[in-house]
Design a protein around this ligand. Structure first.
Ligand code: SAH
Ligand code: SF4
Ligand code: F3S
Length: 463
C-alpha cells in the first residue's frame, strides 16, 4: 500500500491511526488529514499498537454517534496505559463534528485527549500535532483562509492505492437550519470550492486511474463555485465541465436538498451519460405539518413534483432518501403520510432514523416530544416498507443488462465485485484482470442487498 512507500522515504517515519465515523465527508477528510501528515513524516497504519498519533474523526448527527466517541476514547486511553513500560509516546486527537460541537467538553471529560480540532482546521494539523507534543491543544475556530487551498494533494501512488472510485468535496457547510440538525453548527456556513480547484482535483484523480467520482457536500446541489471569469456556477454546470475529463467515466453527487434541484442540474441529468441515474434526495417526512416544523421549506407535493421533473429528464432515475420518525409533534396521521410518501416514490433504497434530540437545535426546545417506544414502532414499520421497495427494485433488475464498473476482487476466488449505475453491488464470476473496466453485465440473480451478474462481452463499453 501507499503507506509502505511513504514510510521508506522518511528517516524518522511516524505512524498515524485514524478511525472515521459519520458521513462520506468524514471519509474524504480522513484521507486529506492523512495526506497533510504524510509530508510531515507520518504514514498511515491500521494497527493502533504501532501508532504515534491516534485520531478519531467523529460525527455529531445523533446522540448515539456522539456518545460513542467518549466510550472509544476510554478504550484508547486504557490501551495506551496498559502498554509495556517504555512504549513510544502516543498522542490522542479528536477531529470532526463532535470536536467542533463540544471541544471544551471533550477536554474536560477526557483528560487523556491531547488534541481537539474542528473540520476547518485540518490544514493546520501538522502544526497542531507538533504543539500537542508539548501541551494540550484545542482549535475549533472558523479561520478566514481557504482550508482546501492549503491541504496538500496526495501523491499519485497514494491515490492509486485508494481505488477506482473517489470522493471529492466541492461544498461544505449548510445554511438551511433544519430544526433537528446540528450540521450548520458543526460545519459552519455554506462554502463552495472554486471551480478550477475542483477540476484540478478531479483531473488528478482521473490521471491516477479513478473512474468514478462522488462530489460531496452537506448540501452539494447548493454548490455555487466561482470560475476563472469570476462567475458563479452551479452544480449542473460543474457536472458538464467534469464530464469532459478523459478517463473519468462516472459522476455522482451527494447529499442534495430538494429546494436546490434546479433546472440546470436536471438538464445535466438529461444530457450527460456520465452523470449516474441515482439520486439521494432526502425528504425526512411525508407530512406537510412536520416538514414545516422541521423547517424544510417545501411541501410533500413539491417534493413529488421535483421528482416528476427529474424523471422526465432521466426516466431510469432511481431514488434514495433519508427519513426521520418521531420528530416532535408527529402524530399517527403524520407518520401515515410518511409511509404514503415511500409508496409513491418507490425508493431504490433509503435510510431511516429515530429522531434524536440535539442540544442547541430548535427541535430540542419543542413540546410534544415523541416517546421512544413510539419512535421504535414507527421505525420498524417504515423500514419494512422501505425494504419491500428496495427488494422490488433489485428484483426488477434481474434480466436487465447493466453497465457495471468492475471495482475490486470479490469475496471468493474467481469473483470480482462492481457497482451498477444504481449503486447496487454486483458480484460476478470473472477474471480480475478486468478490474477498472465498465462492462455490460446481465443480472441473473439477486441477494438481499446486491446483485449477481455475468459479463455479456469483454469489450469495453463506450462511456
Ligand atoms: N444534508 C443532508 C443530510 C445531512 S445529515 C440533507 O439535507 O438531507 C444525514 C441524515 O441524518 C439526514 O438526512 C437526517 O435524515 C438524519 N438526521 C439529521 N439530524 C438528525 C437527528 N437530530 N435525529 C435523527 N436523524 C437525523
Ligand atoms: Fe442538516 Fe438540513 Fe442542512 Fe441537511 S439541509 S445538513 S438536514 S440543516
Ligand atoms: Fe456527522 Fe458531521 Fe457528517 S455530524 S453526518 S460527520 S457532517
Amino acid at each position: 500500500m501507499g503507506a509502505m512507500s511513504d514510510a521508506s522515504k522518511t528517516t524518522n517515519a511516524k505512524k498515524v491511526f485514524i478511525k472515521t465515523y459519520g458521513c462520506q465527508m468524514n471519509v474524504y477528510d480522513s484521507d486529506r488529514m492523512t495526506d497533510a501528515l504524510a509530508d510531515h513524516g507520518f504514514s498511515p497504519t491500521q494497527d493502533m499498537g504501532e501508532a504515534d498519533l491516534v485520531l478519531l474523526n467523529t460525527c455529531h448527527i445523533r446522540e448515539k454517534a456522539a456518545e460513542k466517541v467518549y466510550s472509544e476514547l476510554g478504550r484508547i486511553r486504557d490501551f495506551r496505559n496498559e502498554r509495556e513500560p517504555g512504549a513510544k509516546k502516543m498522542l490522542i486527537g479528536v477531529a470532526g463534528c463532535v470536536a467542533q460541537a463540544e471541544g471544551e467538553e471533550i477536554m474536560a471529560r477526557a483528560p487523556a485527549v491531547d488534541l481537539v480540532f474542528g473540520p476547518q482546521s485540518y490544514h493546520r494539523l501538522p502544526e497542531l500535532v507538533a504543539r500537542a507534543d508539548r501541551e494540550r491543544v484545542i482549535d475549533t475556530d472558523f479561520p478566514e483562509e481557504d482550508k482546501f487551498a492549503h491541504l496538500p494533494a496526495p501523491k499519485k501512488e497514494v491515490t492509486i492505492s485508494r481505488g477506482l472510485t473517489a470522493f471529492l468535496t466541492v461544498q461544505e457547510g449548510c445554511d438551511k437550519f433544519c430544526s433537528f440538525c446540528v450540521v450548520p453548527y458543526t460545519r459552519g456556513a455554506e462554502v463552495s470550492r472554486p471551480v478550477a480547484q475542483v477540476i484540478a482535483e478531479a483531473r488528478a484523480l482521473a490521471d491516477a486511474g479513478v473512474r468514478e467520482i462522488t462530489l460531496l457536500g452537506q448540501n452539494v446541489n447548493a454548490y455555487h463555485g466561482v470560475d476563472d471569469k469570476g462567475r458563479q456556477i452551479g452544480l449542473g454546470e460543474l457536472c458538464y465541465l467534469l464530464a469532459e475529463i478523459e478517463g473519468l467515466a462516472r459522476i455522482r453527487y451527494t447529499t442534495s436538498h430538494p429546494r436546490d434541484m434546479d433546472d440546470a442540474l436536471i438538464a445535466a441529468h438529461r444530457d450527460l451519460d456520465k452523470l449516474m441515474p441515482y439520486l439521494h434526495l432526502p425528504v425526512q417526512s411525508g407530512s406537510d405539518t412536520i416538514l414545516k416544523a422541521m423547517n424544510r421549506r417545501h411541501t410533500a407535493a413539491q417534493y413529488l413534483e421535483i421528482i416528476d421533473r427529474i424523471k422526465q429528464a432521466r426516466p431510469d432515475m432511481a431514488l434514495s432518501g433519508d427519513f426521520i420518525v418521531g420528530f416532535p409533534g408527529e402524530t399517527d396521521r403524520d407518520f401515515a403520510d410518511t409511509l404514503d410518501m415511500v409508496k409513491k416514490v418507490g425508493y431504490a433504497s433509503a435510510f431511516s432514523f429515530k429522531y434524536s434530540t440535539r442540544p442547541g437545535t430548535p427541535g430540542a426546545e419543542m413540546d410534544n416530544q415523541v416517546p421512544e417506544a413510539v419512535k421504535a414502532e414507527r421505525l420498524e414499520a417504515l423500514q419494512a416498507e422501505i425494504t419491500a421497495h428496495q427488494t422490488a427494485f433489485n428484483a426488477g433488475c434481474v434480466g436487465l443488462t447493466l453497465p457495471v464498473l468492475l471495482e475490486k476482487k470479490g469475496r471468493n476466488p474467481g469473483q470480482i465485485a462492481g457497482r451498477s449505475p444504481y449503486l447496487q453491488p454486483v458480484h460476478i464470476e470473472a477474471d480480475e484482470s478486468l478490474i477498472g473496466q465498465i462492462l455490460p453485465v446481465e443480472i441473473v440473480d439477486r441477494a438481499k442487498n446486491s446483485l449477481v451478474g455475468t459479463i455479456v462481452t469483454s469489450k469495453v463499453q463506450a462511456v
